[in-house]
Ligand binder design. Structure first.
Ligand code: DLL
Length: 433
């Protein structure tokens, strides 16, 4: 039987969800107009006043907010409540430019933790569970968000944060952890380390994992499920909107339910900004309708995704988003062909490799080059040159049929590619240097 954390919200009729969204959007627009000069100026530029927004149907009139806006307004420019009402910040790592700092009131944190609690209950969590949170704690939202959600569900929370993998495994075993929260790449690393320690999946008490914060393929899910002997659930979110828990997977594992009572989702064509219908791939745009300290209207996430309003077998009624393919800024354009790292991952896992690979892009004589370094698994490790050449050839062919591109493939020894305890960095693009 499917269980919910907030059944009346999670299974509400679509008309009810729309009514909540309309009422909250109108209130939010008024809130930012009154309190954030940056938003007021953007709305005025479009000739809008709060009276023009009467419900969700008017959402499209509003201007978009981009990461560039966040950078321009850094750090306090988009804060919509007096600082005395803010109790926390969280921040992105800032690898692609200036950090984004997001602000929270007490109530914002409360609602965010509700969203994470929904994800944990959807993964089967109850107050009988021991939930190990191996996302990083600190400025990153992963640790604090899942920690708060786990408290709300009443799980015994083990706040290991990321790193020190053998200690993670010791805690899982000694405390009988049943739920593991971390990035999928870290879950794969934990599984690999357990295997090296001679542990089989049935010797590990885990039953579920809540993995997100980076793009991961369906093939990687299957791999992690097998090696840890668990059911692996996806969870999505971003600092700008709160953190993990913007959307989460249910038992159906067919896309993530977006918490629509807090976030309105749209898909747009990233080139033309036109709103696209269900089923069409484009850029995810979110409007946060309950956050008071740091509200975002029509925020362009750059995540490439598809939405579906089809009925879900779990009974939840909130719209689902497919696994994001990656970000528009992760998408590589190689010799004119669009390539997402997740497509390369799919080819490799289908051929029996693990998710330890590196994509190196360069440019020689004005032509892009693509090299994929792939780790052999310990079982396939060999120094037989003929065998290595045959393996490399089969990967080259797999990549060619997936991408329509010829790549150079190099097989490397097991454990020679550095492991990730957080978000994996898999692409080295030397063209930008
Ligand atoms: O990664 C929040 C989070 C923490 C989500 C823990 C899930 C679990 P940021 O560091 O701000 O926040 O990065 C947000 O990560 O725009 C996506 O590109 C990517 N991302 C997050 N979750 C997923 C996912 C956290 N499930 C950015 N699948 C987002 C694919 C994801 N990409």
């Amino acid at each position: 039987m499917e269980r919910y954390y907030q059944p009346e919200i999670e299974t509400a009729a679509p008309e009810q969800i729309r009514a909540w969204q309309s009422e909250r959007l109108v209130r939010q627009v008024r809130h930012v107009w009154d309190n954030v000069p940056y938003y007021r100026a953007k709305m005025e530029e479009k000739g809008l006043t709060p009276d023009d927004i009467k419900g969700v149907e008017d959402l499209r009139k509003l201007p978009f907010v981009t990461k560039a806006d966040l950078r321009e307004a850094y750090p306090y420019g988009l804060v919509a409540v007096p600082l005395k009402d803010c109790v926390r910040i969280q921040s992105t790592s800032g690898t692609t430019g200036k950090r984004v700092v997001a602000f929270y009131t007490k109530e914002d944190i409360d609602l965010w933790e509700d969203c994470c609690a929904r994800a944990i209950v959807a993964a089967g969590g109850t107050n009988e569970d021991v939930c190990q949170v191996s996302y990083g704690y600190g400025l990153f939202t992963g640790g604090p968000g899942l920690n708060g959600g786990s408290h709300k569900v009443g799980c015994l929370t083990v706040p290991t944060s990321s790193g020190n993998t053998e200690r993670q495994i010791m805690f899982i075993r000694d405390l009988n952890a049943t739920i593991l929260c971390c990035t999928p790449s870290y879950a794969a690393y934990i599984a690999e380390t357990m295997k090296e320690m001679g542990l089989t999946p049935d010797q590990i008490p885990l039953k579920a994992g809540i993995f997100g914060a980076e793009a991961w393929s369906e093939e990687m899910r299957q791999d992690i499920q097998k090696t840890l002997g668990i059911k692996a659930y996806d969870i999505y979110g971003l600092t700008e909107l709160s953190g993990p828990g913007v959307a989460f997977e249910c038992s159906a594992q067919q896309g993530m339910h977006i918490n629509e009572d807090h976030f309105i989702a749209e898909i747009i064509d990233p080139e033309t900004s036109e709103v696209l219908p269900d089923g069409q791939q484009g850029e995810l745009v979110f409007t946060s309708i309950t956050k008071r300290a740091f509200p975002l209207l029509r925020y362009r996430t750059r995540d490439v995704c598809v939405l579906s309003h089809e009925k879900c077998s779990c009974g939840r009624t909130h719209v689902r988003m497919a696994k994001p393919r990656g970000r528009t800024d992760d998408m590589l354009i190689i010799r004119g062909v669009n390539v997402f790292p997740s497509q390369i991952e799919t080819v490799l896992l289908n051929l029996g490799y693990g998710a330890n690979y590196q994509i190196i892009v360069g440019r020689v004589n004005h032509t892009d080059t693509l090299e994929v370094k792939v780790e052999m698994t310990p079982e396939m490790f060999t120094d037989n040159m003929g065998e290595i050449a045959a393996r490399q050839k089969s990967i080259v062919e797999g990549l060619r049929s997936m991408l329509g591109l010829t790549a150079k493939v190099t097989l490397v020894a097991p454990k020679s590619i550095v492991r990730s305890e957080g978000k994996a960095v898999r692409v080295i693009d030397n063209r930008k240097i």
